[in-house]
Design a protein around this ligand. Structure first.
Ligand code: GAP
Length: 503
């Protein structure tokens, strides 16, 4: 069993993430998040907001509708260009994504190639249906948007948005006024997106309903400076340029400033976000050597973009885009202006009428969660159970409380501590089975601090705190517990220094 399969098993058994409506075992590409998964996702979003929104003074948030009228996607170009190539088996009628199939069978990377070329490759390489071995049809393009009809009598076509970005563009003028009409400014949105993926796969990595968090950073293309660029200019990130990909070279580590000056990424704003992303993903427990930015090849670039730089995570099956960073130019605003007849221009301080440009980092939340699950999963033969080394900021339940035994006044004391800690943290209470089993259950969902109330607790108001990563234990005063855990989570103190070390 691969590590990801093992993780999927844990997710099912512990109710972390599981297929939607699985009792009917019908549609693939949809997943529900259970209690631990929901907390993990929510904390990831909070941490993301702290890192990318609250730390800035010119990024605000919005929450838009998921269903948008057809005209939005006519203007954005999704109706025409948001397509994937498909081929159908002429015998069993199953449908495959043609570029994936070709890559699987031949190792050739063919994303973005014209359908005629894909059909030729299928014929020349004699690629057959992977299900039944039957012959395959010509390759056609398939639009990935999910369509719906509005009103009881229908007639008004709408789509479930394939990206959160379009709400931001269609409401641009209102948002611009909300920031007192000053460029540059960014709008962030956390929300659901939908794509009718032809072959959902790899657990929550390619699904049909997913969560994104995007920032659209609007700026004047004649004044494209990012005022905080100096703060990050010396930081290094790993970049896999087009040239390196073509020449079969390895990705290299490069300073942010160099990346911009060499025009590898010709936008200060995008380099700024990419540099922050690199730090952010490392802080989520993903090792640096499993992260890289890949400059998309010309033929892969989405229809709206003048340059894309994907933050990729190394999964067991290979590298996978997890954040799409795009220079969207004025594509969206310009086309919405043309199609709606509404003004999308703004006046600059020096009285120029412009349509702002956009730098966009677009994060896939579910894909990020998959990366965190994979890279934080510790297969621990010594301990006898596997566990998640989630970073403190995002761990679903940072604390667990155990009464050593269920008699005398110990359960009351333990519940008292539990109720107090619950005011500040998400806390697990576990009073069943041996302490060893309870440690195992807490470790399995990444709980960092396990607090045990024992007979000494009744005498001297202290308790034992065990650390997930080292299994070391300290004896701490119960009245200090909540502030101590706060400090530990924020990395302000070392675990071994917060009380008397027991082992
Ligand atoms: N607004 C730009 C945009 O949506 P994208 O590269 O198509 O760009 C951004 O998507 C991110 O959304 C991806 O990097 C990925 O993490 C996530 N994503 C896209 N399609 C997905 C899918 N079918 N399942 C899960 N995540 C997906």
């Amino acid at each position: 069993m691969s590590k990801m399969e093992e993780i999927q098993k844990v997710c099912l058994n512990r109710g972390i993430i599981f297929p939607t409506a699985e009792i009917y075992s019908t549609i693939s590409g949809f997943f529900d998040y259970g209690p631990v998964g929901t907390l993990l996702k929510r904390k990831f979003i909070d941490y993301w907001r702290e890192f990318f929104v609250k730390s800035e003074d010119n990024i605000l948030e919005m929450e838009g509708s998921i269903i948008l009228p057809e005209r939005v996607f006519e203007a954005s170009g999704h109706l025409k260009s948001f397509v994937d190539p498909i081929t159908q088996c002429l015998k069993c009628k199953s449908i495959q994504r043609a570029d994936d199939l070709i890559q699987e069978k031949t190792g050739k990377f063919v994303e973005g190639k014209p359908v005629k070329e894909l059909t030729e490759i299928i014929n020349n390489e004699k690629i057959k249906c992977p299900r039944c071995g039957g012959p395959l049809s010509e390759v056609k393009l398939f639009n990935l948007m999910l369509k719906t009809e509005i009103s009881p009598v229908g007639g008004q076509t709408a789509y479930l948005r394939p990206e959160t970005a379009q709400n931001i563009f269609t409401s641009f003028q209102r948002l611009f006024r909300a920031v007192r009409s000053k460029l540059p400014f960014g709008v962030a949105q956390v929300g659901r997106s939908f794509r009718n993926e032809i072959s959902p796969r790899h657990f929550i990595i390619r699904v049909r309903e997913f969560n994104q968090v995007e920032i659209e950073m609007f700026y004047d293309s004649q004044k494209p400076e990012c005022k905080k660029f100096d703060e990050i200019k010396d930081k290094k990130i790993v970049i896999f340029t087009r040239e390196a990909q073509k020449k079969n070279l390895k990705p290299v580590k490069m300073r942010a400033e160099e990346l911009f000056k060499k025009r590898i990424v010709p936008s200060e704003w995008l380099v700024y976000f990419m540099t922050k992303e690199f730090e952010f993903y490392k802080s989520l427990g993903i090792p640096e050597d499993c992260l890289r930015f890949r400059e998309m090849l010309k033929e892969e670039i989405p229809h709206y973009s003048a340059g894309n730089y994907d933050l990729e995570i190394n999964f067991e099956f290979g590298w996978k885009e997890t954040v799409g960073n795009a220079i969207r130019t004025d594509h969206d605003l310009k086309n919405h202006m043309k199609n709606s007849g509404q003004n999308m221009t703004v006046m600059t301080d020096d009285k120029r009428k412009i349509i702002p440009w956009v730098a966009e980092p677009s994060f896939g939340i579910d894909r990020t969660i998959a990366g965190i699950l994979l890279h934080c999963f510790v297969e621990d033969k010594k301990r006898g159970w596997n566990w998640f080394k989630f970073p403190a900021k995002i761990t679903p339940y940072p604390v667990a409380v155990f009464p050593l035994v269920n008699k005398d006044e110990i359960p009351e004391k333990a519940r008292e501590i539990y109720e107090t800690l619950k005011k500040d943290f998400d806390v697990l209470y576990d009073d069943s089975g041996s302490i060893g089993r309870r440690y195992a259950r807490a470790d399995e969902v990444g709980t960092i601090f396990a607090v045990t109330i024992d007979y000494d607790s009744l005498d001297n108001d202290t308790c034992t705190v065990r650390h997930r990563d080292t299994t070391k234990q300290v004896r701490v005063k119960m009245k200090d517990l909540a502030p101590t855990i706060h400090k530990l989570i924020n990395g302000e103190v070392e675990f071994e220094k917060v009380g008397n070390l027991i082992n």
